[in-house]
Design a protein. Structure first.
Length: 219
């Protein structure tokens, strides 16, 4: 990590890790820094290049000028390579044309006679005789035939049991006359009468409980 190294003849910064802002400049009343003083160091105290645009570091204008010079240098090199390729191609074509003009043309001599082509020799190939190879015949071997064995069939005998025919039995229906049941009625108790009274008047039946109205008896 980079940190700002204050010269020994300047006032001490507010803290050790203080970094000057981008627009910060030392006070004109401060003495100049020692010659060759490096304002930026790393964590081990070795001098390093400061941040771009801050005090003690490279200026933005210098960085932009260096980048523009690099781009211009690359553009000039590309133009030179393309130009040399164009001019080199024309010179090669011209050299090929000159060499083609200087090559001697063949002249026909009157003393030479055209050679007669030799007649091709006819070759007769004898017909092929088919060769027959005897194939050994093997007599078929007869395999013993196996007759299926018959399994003894089991005969099922079903015995029918003769059941005697049921005889009709006479059914006698006896009708019993129901005896009228005598209604058993008992007199209503006082609790039931009071309960029905409250129900008829739309009151809560628990209000008509006689136990709630009787005064408790103390022994």
């Amino acid at each position: 990590m980079k940190r700002f190294a204050v010269p020994p003849n300047w006032p001490s910064p507010p803290r050790r890790s203080w970094v000057p802002p981008k627009t910060w400049r030392p006070d004109p009343s401060w003495p100049p820094a020692p010659e060759g003083w490096r304002f930026w160091v790393d964590g081990k105290g070795n001098p390093v290049r400061g941040p771009i645009g801050q005090y003690g570091g490279p200026s933005r204008r210098v960085v932009y000028a260096g980048g523009a010079a690099l781009v211009l240098f690359l553009a000039v090199n590309l133009w030179a390579v393309s130009a040399s390729g164009l001019f080199g191609g024309d010179s090669d074509d011209a050299a090929v044309k000159v060499m083609g003009d200087q090559s001697p043309s063949p002249t026909a001599s009157p003393s030479t006679t055209p050679a007669t082509p030799a007649a091709p020799r006819s070759t007769v190939t004898p017909p092929r005789v088919p060769t027959t190879t005897p194939v050994p015949t093997h007599a078929p071997t007869q395999r013993p035939t196996q007759q299926p064995t018959r399994r003894p069939s089991s005969t099922k005998t079903t015995e029918r049991t003769q059941t005697p025919d049921p005889k009709p039995t006479r059914t006698t229906t006896s009708t019993k006359t129901p005896t009228p049941t005598r209604p058993t009625s008992r007199p209503s108790t006082r609790e039931e009468i009071l309960r029905q009274y409250c129900i008829d008047h739309g009151w809560d039946p628990s209000l008509c409980d006689p136990n709630r109205w009787e005064t408790p008896r103390h022994p």
